[in-house]
Design a binder for this molecule. Structure first.
Ligand code: PEP
Length: 252
């Protein structure tokens, strides 16, 4: 299975900052390992700008959200078809920041996943528990609910068309990372749920880890059996850190 390292830029970067990111990053691109897939997920407005920068490379790009309706009077929203039209491969769905600040629920996540798949986009579906939920022993219950409701009625013929990201909320942007063992425990549980739902192909569905991934901790996480890549927030804004995470096994 080809590991995926995706950089979620969140609400960061201007054109000037994107210019300086790529000035440095593109110099390192020839040294990226072929067996690893890389994607950059900028804010909506910069998708065309980033796609221009990536021309001639094998790096993919995507969006941080979409709206599930096809078109119409939904001011401020962006559809799956629009993202496809811009050449996006991926779309993040159900990021914990969207669940927390923008009323995203398992039901809206479910509709968005279906809209993405329906237009040929690959959703990166985020799940994860809060600190309170972890401390009260509810991690597996929460993950199970998010996976089951999020994927309700979703059909999948090819495993590479769906990516799951386990992002413990307490580890996002906090500098606290789950230990490789803590993460693997949840990843293995997600794999089991995917197997119940999709059968044999589930062994090839990529499950990314996200939550304060850095060059220093990437290798330990990525060597776990059910961790098939990373969703990187803060560290993906710096070209050297992002590059070193992608090359986690070669000491950067
Ligand atoms: C994220 O945005 O998905 C994320 C994991 O952020 P960070 O790496 O900054 O914790």
């Amino acid at each position: 299975m080809r590991e995926l390292i995706a950089g979620n830029w969140k609400m960061n970067m201007t054109r000037k900052e994107i210019d300086s990111f790529f000035e440095e990053f593109l110099r390192m691109v020839p040294y990226l390992p072929n067996e690893r897939e890389v994607a950059i997920i900028p804010p909506f407005v910069y998708i065309p700008y980033v796609s221009e920068k990536l021309k001639g490379t094998t790096i993919n790009y995507g969006a941080q959200n979409l709206f599930y309706e096809e078109k119409g009077a939904f001011t401020g929203e962006v559809s799956a078809e629009m993202l496809k039209d811009l050449g996006c491969t991926y779309v993040i769905i159900g990021h914990s920041e969207r669940r927390k600040y923008f009323c995203e629920t398992d039901e809206t996540v479910n509709r968005k996943i279906k809209a993405a798949l329906g237009k040929g986009l690959t959703p990166i579906v985020c799940v994860g528990e809060t600190l309170e939920e972890r401390e009260s022993g509810k991690t597996f219950e929460i993950i199970e609910g998010q996976i089951r409701k999020g994927l309700d009625g979703v059909e999948l013929s090819e495993p590479e068309r769906l990516v799951i990201a386990y992002e413990p909320v307490w580890a996002i942007g906090t500098g606290k990372t789950a230990t490789p063992q803590q993460a693997e425990e949840v990843h293995a549980f997600i794999r089991k749920l995917l197997k119940e739902k999709f059968g044999e192909i589930s062994k090839d569905i990529r499950i990314l880890y996200g939550g304060s991934v850095k060059p220093e901790n990437a290798a330990g996480l990525m060597e776990m059996e059910n961790i098939n890549g990373a969703l990187v927030g803060g560290a993906s804004l710096d070209p050297v850190s992002f590059y070193r995470i992608i090359r986690y096994d070669s000491g950067g």
